[in-house]
Design a binder for this molecule. Structure first.
Ligand code: PHB
Length: 392
């Protein structure tokens, strides 16, 4: 039996960065929402994800009043290094497109958004169970079980599925079309206790595969290397991890990574996925619930924030100005960016990773592509534009 019923304007399923940012933007517009998540806020906080924010993601956080911490504590990166055939080539974002990106881990984005919603009295219901969207056509109804085991119902004008890559809400979109690409590799991600090895991120293509050197703090660094999808992270000793990373970064310039204890090791799944449309009746999807990108290029969180910015505008027009047609424009507006980001992530991935069974021709062609890119102003600009984020 269903017990208490509450009423709100927008029920948001998923309290990660996408759901919280939407709730925040709606609050700024004077629209109330309820955020539901089966995880606790502490569980979400403990999840390590990518760390790069595009220029407009930083603006959104700072200008919508979430927090200025990204500007004070995030690290501005004015370029990246592309490394192949043992040599590094800098892509200078500022010179090429007058933009930067910021190294500011997703955990910090979540913390900032969570604090902002708590500060503004947001209705956040974390740690609930059995969340179920039961109606999306005439009105939106969501049920869940609270921490005391009591079943609740939330009735809303709209429901948003921001429930991540294992979304349950996306199955309610009918008819739907799904586009998927699997890759025959994954990333081995490590968090290490060591000083930074380089001031900027290094994306490397080596004969044995891809590696990425990223940063976290002055004493903790984030690094990744291409591995098999079924790699057992626990089978790797610290020595074996360092030897693999050093081999992939080695070059004529004698570059060496600064080593230290490995604090954490995980194998990250790798997939491209899009589901359309992103709206069905009173249900709208946002972020990973509607699309997943491989982590090369760090587009996942940025794309989720871009969805939510468009969605907030459509919801505002529908709920405050009675312009229901605004909801019809959401899919087309969001999906245009989704496919640009899908292409960018796929392109960065295939340009830098070793495909199992690659022939000598494939390898030389890949080196040819990288050489063209770094020696062409147009090619480098194309990468810089995509990496720092296309204007909205
Ligand atoms: C990270 O720092 O975790 C990171 C950075 C860039 C990427 C992916 C992950 O492309």
């Amino acid at each position: 039996m269903t017990q208490p019923t509450s009423r709100t304007r927008v029920a948001i399923v998923g309290g990660g960065p996408a759901g919280l940012m939407l709730s925040h933007l709606l609050h700024v517009a004077g629209i109330e929402s309820v955020v539901l998540d089966t995880r606790t806020a502490e569980e979400i906080e403990a999840t390590h994800r990518a760390g790069i924010l595009e220029r407009d993601s930083v603006r959104l956080l700072a200008e919508s009043g979430v927090s200025g911490r990204v500007l004070a504590e995030g690290h501005e990166h004015q370029g990246i290094e592309l490394r192949f055939a043992g040599t590094s080539h800098r892509i200078d974002f500022q010179r090429l497109v007058g933009a930067s990106c910021w190294l500011y881990p997703q955990t910090e984005v979540f913390l900032d958004l969570h604090r902002a919603r708590v500060r503004d009295g947001g209705d956040l219901r974390y740690g609930v169970a059995s969340t179920e969207v039961i109606e999306v056509l005439d009105r939106a109804r969501v049920r869940y079980t609270d921490l005391d085991g009591l079943r609740h119902e939330v009735v809303a004008d709209l429901v948003v599925g921001a429930d991540g890559s294992r979304s349950a809400t996306r199955a309610l979109v009918d008819p739907r079309r799904q586009y998927t690409r699997e890759y025959p590799f994954a990333w081995f991600g490590v968090l290490v206790e060591a000083p930074p090895s380089a001031p900027e991120l290094i994306y490397t293509r080596a004969p044995s595969g891809f590696a990425l050197i990223s940063r976290r703090t002055d004493t903790v660094q984030r690094m990744y290397f291409q591995c098999a999808p079924d790699e057992d992270a626990d089978a790797w000793s610290d020595d074996r991890i360092w030897s693999e990373l050093q081999t992939r970064l080695a070059g004529d310039d004698g570059f060496r990574l600064q080593e230290g204890p490995v604090l954490e090791r995980t194998v990250l799944p790798f997939r491209s996925f899009v589901q359309t449309p992103m709206r069905h009746g009173r249900l709208m999807l946002a972020g990973d619930a509607a699309h997943t990108v491989p982590p090369t290029g760090a587009k996942g969180l940025n794309l989720a924030l871009a969805d939510v910015r468009v969605l907030a505008e459509c919801v505002e027009r529908a709920l405050l100005r009675g312009d229901d047609a605004a909801l019809d424009t959401y899919t087309d507006r969001a999906v245009a960016r989704v496919w640009r980001a899908q292409h960018f992530s796929y392109w960065m991935t295939t340009m830098l990773h070793r495909l199992p069974g690659a022939t000598d021709f494939d390898e030389q062609r890949q080196l040819g592509e990288l050489t063209s890119l770094v020696s062409s102003e147009a090619g480098s600009t194309y990468l810089a534009e995509g990496y720092t984020g296309w204007p909205q």
